[in-house]
Design a protein around this ligand. Structure first.
Ligand SMILES: C[S@@+](CC[C@H](N)C(=O)[O-])C[C@H]1O[C@@H](n2cnc3c(N)ncnc32)[C@H](O)[C@@H]1O
Length: 286
């Protein structure tokens, strides 16, 4: 097991399945990881760099990845990330790689707060919904979704350490912001996560390779078939959109293009007779 930094939004290449376990935000407890090979490895290999070291390594990474000019253009984004963490007393920044050798590999690369906010505002998704982030990492999108106004936010994450980080971050955010949103982080492989009938907004920041995404989207399709309801899929950095979201089942209801992996597409289910018609015209912007 190696912890390393990585500066890109990449779907994991090696699969690994863990059982499902629910963590309630605010308990401060790490997941029981005895059955999980991922957890056993991560416990022994976990190493936390101090904030100045993290900042220095982020600086080096950014220079190497973007060059001097590119780096300068990235400065506002870095500030927006740092400002987000400072504002809520959370630690969601930085890119990480969880390398389990031949068995699995997972990347953590958080969504940019400003771009998440812009996309949700542009798409105009109604707020009285339950939001789910598949591959929630340290929980940044859950905080953003709570701030947007969703009363229930859930995260599904396969790496126990990041689940525990998400839980800690969410309880800090709730203390700081005073938001009384219903929050849940579930330790699970997204493929085996059972979609619940109240879940209506499904978010992906390019967390998976196509086969894993297809399995999760099939679970969503089955759930919508069994319990027809209004639903939205927001897919950021949508690399596998064409191979996974078939025209027969999904209608493209919005698209926002953006730099640095921050394009967004919005899908709505087709043929969902009990679903309410979209409240807004489709959104397409460059
Ligand atoms: C690109 S990061 C996105 C983090 C978060 N959604 C965000 O936008 O800030 C992808 C996350 O998906 C998780 N992941 C990858 N494969 C998974 C799987 N099969 N089940 C659940 N989570 C998974 C990774 O561990 C990582 O935390």
């Amino acid at each position: 097991m190696v912890w390393a930094s990585r500066g890109r939004n990449v779907a994991s290449r090696k699969g690994h399945s863990v059982g499902e376990e629910t963590l309630q935000a605010g308990t401060g407890s790490a997941p029981s990881a005895s059955e999980s090979a991922v957890a056993a490895d991560t416990r022994t290999a976990r190493a936390r760099a101090s904030l100045p070291l993290q900042a220095a390594s982020a600086f080096r990474r950014a220079l190497a990845a973007h060059g001097v000019r590119g780096f300068l253009s990235q400065i506002p984004h870095y500030f927006s990330e740092v400002a987000f963490d400072l504002r809520y007393g959370v630690r969601t920044s930085g890119q990480l790689l969880m390398d389990g050798g031949a068995d699995y590999e997972f990347d953590y690369d958080p969504i940019e707060p400003r771009r998440f906010r812009d996309a949700f505002r542009a798409f105009g998704i109604p707020t009285n919904q339950t939001f789910v982030d598949f591959g929630c990492g340290k929980g940044r999108p859950l905080i953003l979704a709570g701030n947007y106004g969703f009363p229930r936010v859930r995260g599904v994450e396969i790496v126990p350490e990041w689940c525990a980080d998400a839980e800690r971050n969410l309880s800090r955010w709730q203390r700081r912001s005073g938001r009384s949103c219903d929050v849940e982080v579930v330790l699970s492989d997204a493929r085996t996560y059972e979609i619940r009938p109240d879940e209506t907004v499904f978010f992906f920041f390019n967390p998976f390779p196509a086969d894993v995404l297809r399995a999760v989207v099939t679970n969503i399709e089955n759930s919508l078939e069994q319990q027809p309801r209004n639903a939205w899929v927001v897919y950021a950095n949508p690399l596998h959109r064409h191979s996974v979201f078939s025209d027969a089942r999904w209608e493209l209801a919005g698209e926002l293009s953006g730099a640095d992996h921050h394009s967004f597409v919005l899908y709505r289910p087709r043929g969902n007779e009990r679903a309410v018609a979209p409240e807004r015209e489709p959104v397409f912007a460059r």
